[in-house]
Design a protein around this ligand. Structure first.
Ligand SMILES: C[S@@+](CC[C@H](N)C(=O)[O-])C[C@H]1O[C@@H](n2cnc3c(N)ncnc32)[C@H](O)[C@@H]1O
Length: 489
C-alpha cells in the first residue's frame, strides 16, 4: 500500500532517442505504470507511479460500473486505469490534454476495435504530409541542407558548423533586410508580414505556424516543418471515422512534440546553447524525426486500444472544472481531483502543445521593451490561469472543489503534495509545523464531508534543472457528503 518510500531517477537531461522505447522515465512517470496502459505526454505531476494506489483508493469507495470523474485529467494516466471497470468522464482545461484524453478514454466496447482496424498511417497521413512538406522544404531548401549537415557533424562530436548554423538562424519575426542570403527565400515565413492580415486568407498549402514560431526555438527547422505538415495532413482526414482518426493522430503528434522538445522537458523556455554540452544535447534532440516518433506513438496507442476493454459511456470534456461540476447532469459516484501543486501554470509550461492542438496562430506576448518573450508564449488571455496556481486563490479553490463535489453527493479523492503544494506554502508560516498545516488542509474537506482520511507516500520529485527533492504525496479520501455543507466560497 502507500507507506513505503520509493525513489526515482529524477529528471534526466537530454537523452538521445529515435523512438519512444528509448524515452526515459521521468517527471513522475515511473515504471509502475500498470499493464495495458500507455505513457502519453511528458508532463509535470503525471501520476504514473501513483496510479495503482489511486485506483485502489477509488475502487475501495466506488462500486464497479459507476461513474467516475477525473476532472484534472492531464496525461490520462489515472483515467486509463479506470476505463475498464467504470464509466469515466475525463476533463482538462487544456485543449492538448483533452485531445490525448479523447484518444485514450473516449471509446466504447466496440468503437475502439473499429477505429484500430481503420487506422493506416501511410494512407491517412503520408500523401498529404509529403505534399505539404515539399512546399515548405522548397522555401527552406538551403537552410535545411545546412542544418542536416550541421546535425550530422554534431552527432559525430564536431560542433563548429552546427554552432554557426544555430547562431545565424533567424528567429521569427525578422526584418527582411536582416536575413542572410541563405534564408532569403524563406522571408515570407519569417518576417512579421507573414502574419499580418493573413488569418483565414491563407491557403492550406501555406500553413506554417510551427515553422514560423518555433523553428530554432524548441525544434529544429526540419522538425518544425514536419510538425506543420503532419498537423495539416491530420486536419484533412475525411471519410469514415474521420473525427476519431483525427483525434488519434493529433494525440500521437502531441506526444511526439512533447517528447521531442529541445527545451528540457517542457516549453517554459528554450535551452541555452552556449556550452558544448548543451549544444550536443540539443543536437541529439533535434536530430530525431518527429514523423518517426509520431508513428511510434500511433502504434502504441493502437496497442493500448487492443489491450483495453472499455466500459460504455466514457466521455471527455475540455472545461474549467468549476463550470463542469456546475452543469453536470449525471451524478458521479466519485470525483478524482489532481489539481496543479505549484504556481507554475500548465498553460505556460505546455503552451506549444496548446498552439499545436488549436493551430490558430495566436498573437505572441511581448515584453515591456516590445520584443517577443524568449519563451515565445502566446498572449496572456490565450493561456488559462488556474486558481490552484495563484497563492491568494488556492485555499478558496480547494473549498470550492470540496463544496461542489459534496453538493453533487459524490465521494472525492484528492492528490496533493506536502510541503511543496502551494496551499501548504500559504499555511506553513502560520501553522509552524507540517503536521498542523496538514490538519488545516484536511479541515477544508471536513467542512463538507463526514469521513475524511489520508494516505501519504514519500517520493522524489524532479525539480527545475537537475534538482530533486523529497515530497510527501497525499491522497485524501472524502466520503459521506454533509447535507447542505456550508463551505464559504
Ligand atoms: C497535476 S496535473 C494532472 C495530472 C494527471 N492526473 C496525470 O496523471 O497526468 C493538473 C492538470 O490540471 C489542469 N487544470 C488546471 N486548472 C484547471 C481547472 N481549473 N480546470 C480543469 N483543469 C485544470 C492542468 O491543465 C493540468 O493538466
Amino acid at each position: 500500500m502507500l507507506h513505503h518510500t520509493e525513489e526515482t531517477l529524477g529528471l534526466l537531461v537530454c537523452p538521445v532517442f529515435d523512438s519512444i522505447k528509448e524515452i526515459p522515465e521521468r517527471l513522475g512517470f515511473g515504471e509502475s505504470q500498470f499493464a495495458g496502459s500507455m505513457k502519453t505526454l511528458w508532463y509535470m505531476g503525471a501520476k504514473g507511479r501513483l496510479v495503482p494506489d489511486i485506483s485502489e483508493m477509488i475502487a475501495d469507495i466506488t462500486p464497479k460500473g459507476q461513474l467516475v470523474f477525473d476532472i484534472f485529467g492531464g496525461t490520462g494516466a489515472v483515467s486509463q486505469s479506470l476505463v475498464s471497470d467504470y464509466t469515466v468522464y475525463a476533463n482538462d482545461v487544456q485543449c492538448y490534454s483533452s485531445v490525448v484524453l479523447g484518444a485514450t478514454v473516449e471509446h466504447g466496447p466496440r468503437s475502439s476495435s473499429r477505429l484500430r482496424a481503420l487506422l493506416n498511417f501511410d494512407k491517412d497521413i503520408r500523401p498529404r504530409f509529403d505534399k505539404h512538406k515539399a512546399v515548405l522544404l522548397k522555401a527552406f531548401k538551403e537552410p535545411i541542407e545546412k542544418e542536416r549537415e550541421g546535425l550530422r557533424e554534431a552527432l559525430d562530436g564536431r560542433l563548429e558548423n552546427y554552432r554557426r548554423f544555430v547562431q545565424e538562424t533567424p528567429i521569427y519575426p525578422c526584418a527582411k533586410k536582416d536575413l542572410a542570403p541563405l534564408w532569403k527565400n524563406a522571408a515570407p515565413y519569417l518576417t512579421e508580414d507573414a502574419f499580418t492580415g493573413f488569418k483565414g486568407k491563407q491557403s492550406r498549402d501555406q500553413q506554417h505556424l510551427m515553422t514560423s514560431y518555433y523553428q530554432g526555438v524548441y525544434f529544429s527547422l526540419e522538425q518544425a516543418i514536419e510538425l506543420d505538415s503532419l498537423r495539416v495532413a491530420i486536419s484533412e482526414i475525411e471519410g469514415h471515422y474521420a473525427a476519431r482518426k483525427r483525434r488519434h493522430y493529433l494525440a500521437a503528434l502531441l506526444c511526439a512534440a512533447s517528447t521531442s522538445t529541445s527545451g528540457t522537458s517542457h516549453f517554459a523556455q528554450p535551452r541555452n546553447l552556449k556550452r558544448d554540452r548543451e549544444l550536443k544535447a540539443v543536437a541529439k534532440r533535434r536530430a530525431s524525426s518527429i514523423t518517426g516518433v509520431m508513428k511510434d506513438y500511433s502504434g502504441k496507442l493502437k496497442e493500448y486500444l487492443s489491450q483495453t476493454k472499455f466500459h460504455s459511456g466514457n466521455k471527455v470534456y475540455k472545461s474549467d472544472y468549476r463550470s463542469l461540476l456546475s452543469r453536470v447532469r449525471r451524478r458521479p459516484a466519485t470525483i478524482y481531483a489532481d489539481p496543479p501543486y505549484t504556481s507554475d501554470n500548465y498553460s505556460r509550461f505546455y503552451h506549444v502543445l496548446e498552439v499545436l492542438a488549436r493551430y490558430d496562430y495566436p498573437r505572441l506576448a511581448r515584453r515591456r521593451d516590445g520584443q517577443l518573450s524568449k519563451g515565445r508564449y502566446p498572449e496572456r488571455d490565450y493561456r488559462f490561469q488556474s486558481g490552484f496556481c495563484a497563492a491568494p486563490k488556492v485555499e478558496n479553490e480547494f473549498r470550492r472543489l470540496a463544496h461542489s463535489s459534496s453538493r453533487l453527493g459524490s465521494s472525492l479523492v484528492v492528490s496533493y503534495a506536502l510541503p511543496t503544494g502551494l496551499l501548504f506554502k500559504r499555511f506553513l508560516p502560520g501553522c509552524g509545523t507540517e503536521k498542523r498545516a496538514l490538519q488545516q488542509f484536511l479541515g477544508i474537506f471536513r467542512e463538507c464531508y463526514k469521513k475524511v482520511s489520508l494516505v501519504q507516500r514519500s517520493l522524489m520529485h524532479s525539480g527545475q534543472g537537475d534538482s530533486n527533492h523529497r515530497v510527501s504525496e497525499l491522497l485524501v479520501r472524502c466520503r459521506l457528503p454533509r447535507k447542505a455543507a456550508g463551505c464559504a466560497i
